[in-house]
Design a protein around this ligand. Structure first.
Ligand code: GBH
Length: 453
């Protein structure tokens, strides 16, 4: 293959998330989210940063769209802030919050960019956390109500929707590891949260379908290729369990109505709070599968662990062979090819959208205001070639969204990790934006629907 080429009508886009870019954390009636609370808590964010202002996209979204136009993009994956729509998580709808997303969606449509909203990219209303949060089963119903509000408000112009962003990551990081909001470190809370989120996915899907039967609805799953560390059967089994947990815990449930076999001693249904009939609630025919992928994971068998394994701690959790991004994540394009092909085989060639893929490097402008980020271009070349190869080999991939449009608030890392195709000056009150060389390159790829390898 000498050219990486993509089908006609392929969607080229970028992805962002409300808390990471919007700012305006308490403007126009927005309620507090768990990320507001977490970032405002001393010691939680490495740099002491918060998302109070972030990229100020709440006020500058037209500049964002200008950048997308410069890159010839035709899809934009953004997320809707639940507490902007429902400040208390439930009850009264905040008209000004609705209005913000109306303006954003209308501006995207007039720029010929497909709006692709995600309902939940981690900013749970703090009021719902106070009422028990994701470990509390009732939260699933509140989420379905919120999904319904969004579909009624925007469903006349938005055809493609995503329910969750990376359910495995926010349940693990927020409830078990504790380095993301709400900062819990409790195995039981975590197990219950995973089940509530699965029910919420099912309930939200049905609520949205009821309002608009022809909407296309998916979820953005965090995925990683799970490779056994050695040749032993124990390592191979461990890698398979990690695949079941990391990649399938919210996908196998939706598409097949069952939990995959991820735990050594069987699925802890009781601790998860699974009741009779629940597997009918979690089962929904998602219209497409969003894949967020950054790197691979090398897995080694290890007794005395709920999953019976250890993800080999190099890079910090990936492998050791490829170059590393600023975050330490290994650059490994085959991981994307492998996971697309595995999902294609195991779920009968579903529609796939790459909903995130990208890298952080500490770039900055030179004296001519040029941001020469060749390592990022190399990263995208590798991973996009992998996507093109998967399409050639029969996968039904419809779009690709680079993570991310703008350098932004990178969760517990604050503004220290720059993932953007656009450089943002966080010292400048206007948060001025400058296209990086990688952004220029990406713009040529989208315009030509491919590139020479
Ligand atoms: C995504 O999460 C989020 O959706 C997005 O909001 C975020 O800004 C973006 O990625 C960048 O972080 O330790 O080498 O094995 C990414 C979730 C989890 C992906 C950890 C990479 C392990 C790398 N990530 N993972 S390694």
């Amino acid at each position: 293959m000498s050219r990486a080429s993509f089908p006609e009508g392929f969607h080229w886009g970028t992805a962002t998330a409300s808390y990471q870019i919007e700012g305006a954390w308490k403007e126009d009636g927005k309620g507090e989210s768990i990320w507001d609370r977490f970032a405002h808590t001393e010691g939680k964010i490495r740099t002491g940063d918060t998302g109070d202002i972030a990229c100020d996209s709440y006020h500058c979204f037209n500049d964002d769209i200008g950048m997308m136009r410069e890159m010839n993009l035709n899809s934009y994956r953004f997320s809707i802030s639940w507490p902007r729509i429902l400040p208390e998580g439930t009850g009264t709808v905040n008209a000004k919050g609705i209005d913000y997303y109306h303006r954003l969606i209308d501006a995207l449509l007039s720029a010929d960019i497909r709006p692709l909203p995600t309902l939940y990219h981690w900013d749970l209303p703090q009021a719902l956390e106070a009422a028990g949060g994701w470990p509390e089963r009732d939260t699933a119903g509140r989420f379905a109500d919120y999904a319904d509000v969004c579909m009624r408000a925007f469903g006349d112009r938005v055809d493609h929707w995503m329910i969750f962003n990376e359910p495995t990551i926010f349940t693990v990081m927020g409830h078990l590891v504790g380095i993301h909001a709400p900062g819990r470190k409790n195995l039981d809370d975590f197990l219950r949260a995973t089940h509530t989120v699965n029910i919420a996915q099912g309930e939200a899907f049905r609520a949205m379908r009821a309002t608009r039967s022809d909407a296309k609805i998916g979820t953005a799953f965090n995925m990683t290729s799970c490779e056994p560390a050695g040749d032993s059967e124990a390592d191979a089994d461990a890698a398979e369990r990690w695949h079941c947990f990391m990649n399938l815990w919210y996908l196998e449930t939706a598409l097949k109505g069952r939990y995959p076999d991820a735990f050594v001693n069987g699925t802890p249904f009781d601790k998860m709070g699974v009741r009779e009939g629940d597997m009918d609630l979690v089962k929904v025919p998602l219209d497409f599968i969003g894949i967020n992928l950054y790197t691979r994971t090398i897995v080694k068998h290890k007794p005395d662990d709920p999953w019976g394994l250890q993800a080999v701690p190099v890079g910090p959790m990936g492998g050791n062979d490829g170059p590393k991004t600023a975050f330490g994540w290994e650059v490994w394009p085959d991981a994307l090819y492998d996971i697309i092909m595995r999902i294609t085989r195991d779920y009968d060639t579903p529609v796939i959208e790459i909903t995130e893929n990208g890298c952080s490097y500490p770039d900055g402008p030179d004296s001519m205001n040029v941001i020469d980020d060749q390592p990022r271009i190399d990263f995208y070349r590798g991973y996009l070639a992998a996507v093109a190869r998967s399409i050639e080999d029969g996968a039904d991939v419809r779009g690709y969204h680079a993570w991310t449009l703008l350098d932004n608030f990178e969760w517990s890392e604050g503004f220290a990790q720059r993932f953007g195709l656009v450089w943002v000056d966080f010292e400048d009150p206007a948060r001025s934006r400058t296209l990086k060389e990688s952004g220029r390159w990406y713009g040529r790829v989208s315009a030509e629907n491919g590139f020479e390898i």
